[in-house]
Design a protein around this ligand. Structure first.
Ligand code: MCF
Ligand code: ZN
Length: 344
């Protein structure tokens, strides 16, 4: 794999602090956080044929070059995720990894457009509830789920919302997201489902400003009234949007390695995070689909450090995630105190 732009050597002390610091993660997809070996095992259990003869070959397919290739592999992987047991198995492995990153709280996307036909919704919701419980009891990690609509499957909008409402009543799901193919599927296609979700009390998010420029971010804000933007890095192309984001302090869920692997950020350039932060935009750091992008949450912070972000800036980004989370003020206060203990 070609190297990603880095220009600042970092000390071992800095690297160790970034590893050890307690973290929040606001943008990570459960399916995309499932590694090649786990998907291979699920394929075996469910007798699904993957487009690879060996696990090594399947692993090598996780080397992403562009968005189309990513969608193809992600699509193959989710075909293997079928039963409540599959989700329980994925969650156990997910929690082990989140614990390794010192993640204390995470908001996790589910690709719900693929959970609406012939899918054991009630059983999977029960498995997710059990995962939340295990997270608290075994790993001391709090976890909330946000199912999303794949924008290139707009006809799944209402079924996804119906699914979310089932889990919302039980306190398992907290909001609605929008992901998938941005080109050709603008936010205004989803106005009705977002209006309905808002009236039901769901938190609202959308991926935008990734494969489409600023107009997609404007659409997510003006048409869908989202509270946070997934990625949003192409906002740097529009100075008016940068100013608006800074004034409103609308949080962006920035995922640097994902952007490099999908060709959103050129490999020989610094990540857009620098321009966003300098413009006063409220950013957070996230890993998106870590094994698929050969990353983990610590590596996201390390990359920014290697692009010249100081400890103080990185610590601020880490604190930002507490503010931008969907926790109550009271809960945020508890985590702020914990962060304060670490940063004495
Ligand atoms: O953030 C990355 C890239 N941009 C858009 N969508 C996704 C990403 N990782 C996972 N997704 C999901 C999205 O949430 O892909 C699904 C949606 O549910 C669509 S089909 C691959
Ligand atoms: Zn994402």
């Amino acid at each position: 794999m070609t190297n990603i732009y880095e220009n600042t050597p970092i000390s071992d002390e800095m690297a160790n602090r970034l590893r050890a610091m307690p973290k929040f993660e606001l943008h990570v997809h459960l399916e995309g956080a499932t590694d090649a070996a786990t998907v291979w095992e699920l394929a075996r259990r469910n007798k699904v044929a993957l487009p690879a003869k060996t696990l090594d070959e399947w692993r090598s397919m996780y080397a992403f070059r562009d968005f189309d290739h990513f969608l193809r592999i992600y699509g193959e992987a989710i075909k293997c995720m079928q039963t409540a047991d599959d989700f329980a198995f994925m969650l156990e492995r997910f929690l082990v990894e989140q614990a390794r990153q010192n993640v204390r709280y995470c908001e996790v996307f589910l690709s719900a457009s693929f959970m609406v036909k012939g899918f054991p919704q009630d059983e999977v919701i029960a498995a997710l509830a059990e995962g939340i419980k295990q997270g608290k009891e075994k790993y001391d990690i709090q976890m909330k789920f946000i199912p999303d609509i794949a924008r290139h499957e707009p006809e799944t909008s209402q079924p996804v919302l119906d699914f979310i409402l089932k889990g919302y009543e039980k306190g398992i799901f907290i909001g609605l997201g929008l992901g998938g193919i941005e080109v050709g599927f603008p936010p205004n296609l989803f106005i009705d489902v977002y209006d309905e979700a808002r009236s039901q009390g769901l938190r609202l998010l959308a991926h935008a400003g990734e494969t489409v420029g600023a107009e997609s971010v404007w659409g997510a804000i003006k048409d869908l009234n989202v509270e946070r933007i997934g990625h949003g890095v192409r906002s740097v192309e529009d100075p008016k949007l940068l100013k608006y984001l800074a004034e409103t302090q609308t949080p962006l869920e920035v995922c640097p390695h994902s952007n490099y692997r999908l060709g959103i950020t050129p490999l020989d350039e610094p990540h857009q995070m620098r321009k966003l932060v300098n413009a006063g935009v409220f950013c957070t750091v996230n890993s998106d689909d870590p094994p698929m992008f050969s990353t983990d949450l610590t590596s996201e912070y390390l990359l920014l450090a290697k692009q010249g972000f100081s400890w103080d800036e990185l610590w601020q980004l880490n604190l930002n995630a507490i503010e931008a989370s969907f926790l109550s003020d009271k809960e945020k206060e508890i985590y702020r105190a914990e962060w304060g203990e670490f940063h004495k």
